[in-house]
Design a protein around this ligand. Structure first.
Ligand code: ATR
Length: 276
């Protein structure tokens, strides 16, 4: 039997076990997915222990996503983001990956949102970082807006790769305050809310009259699934993508890396949505 799992502290009532186990069941794989709660300074020890115990793969959540970097060989994207949410133990050394980035882009693509042109990412925390790098890697120009503008500027510089060797590809990324969002949205093709605004509240990070019908709008918030932002976006004629899709596709990407199989997306989606 293959053991997969999640480390976090608190690990809480994670939706990952039922989502992944629905995938194993649909494909007839002999595997289990369990949660572990190491001490907050225990990221490296947990990864080493998991390797020793023969764990096949680990997801990583708060507060370990940065600390785990030191215990794995990160792939280039995870290294640039500075955070790992998926560890693969199939090689000689554990490798680290960031499927939050591809979670956002696959969620948008699954709704036929074209990932070219300009994206506005609201939020510059952990989620905003992964989303901004993911969209930039698709070739989008990324406009990052954050309540604390200095964090948006710093993230934009990281996405551009300021300080890289000359000759390396550089992304188009700029940092802004939240007040710039309406103007930025006028020419934008994609909007992602990567802040916690709207979580269990009727607040929205974007004024309704700034939204328009040419946008694909992803809200990373998944409690509730139907946020005020997504209702306003739907009313404006935009394509809307709720936060469960991002959660689903980060899991799908981890599942596919670990098992080498195409994930049974519908079965995983049903298990996830049934619990939200
Ligand atoms: P996560 O890992 O989910 O991204 P985080 O790293 O704590 O969480 O980041 C939270 C994000 O939500 C940040 O961009 C934060 O803005 P600041 O950097 O200015 O703190 C944003 N955020 C949280 N509450 C907010 C609010 N009430 N209004 C606007 N932005 C908010």
């Amino acid at each position: 039997m293959d053991i997969y799992g999640l480390i976090g502290n608190p690990v809480g009532h994670s939706l990952s076990p039922p989502m992944h186990e629905a995938g194993y069941e649909a494909l007839g794989l002999d595997a289990r997915y369990v949660t572990f709660e190491p001490p907050k300074d225990g990221a490296a020890t947990a990864v080493e222990g998991a390797a020793d115990l023969g764990v096949a793969g680990l997801n990583v959540t708060i507060p370990f996503k940065q600390d785990v970097l030191a215990a794995v060989d990160p792939d280039p994207l995870a290294r640039r983001i500075g955070a790992v949410n998926t560890v693969d133990f199939s090689g000689e050394r554990p490798t680290g990956h960031n499927t939050d980035a591809v979670g956002a882009t696959r969620a948008l693509r699954a709704h036929d949102v074209d990932l070219s042109g300009t994206a506005v990412v609201v939020g510059a925390g952990g989620a905003g970082r992964a989303v901004a790098f993911g969209l930039a890697d698709e070739g989008m120009a990324v406009r990052i807006a954050n309540r604390t503008q200095s964090k948006a500027n710093a993230l934009a510089a990281d996405v551009r790769g300021d300080g890289r060797e000359s000759g390396e590809a550089s992304a188009d990324a700029t940092g802004h305050g939240l007040d710039a969002v309406p103007e930025l949205l006028a020419d934008a093709d994609v909007l992602v809310n990567a802040t916690s605004v709207g979580m269990e509240s009727e607040e929205t990070p974007v004024p309704a009259d700034a939204l328009h019908g040419d946008l694909g709008v992803l809200d990373a918030v998944y409690r509730p699934l139907e946020t005020r932002l997504l209702r306003d976006a739907a009313a404006a004629g935009a394509t809307t993508v709720d936060g469960a899709w991002m959660l689903l596709y980060q899991g799908v990407a981890a599942f596919e890396r670990w098992t080498g199989r195409e994930a049974p997306v519908d079965a995983m989606d049903e298990a996830l949505r049934g619990r939200l």
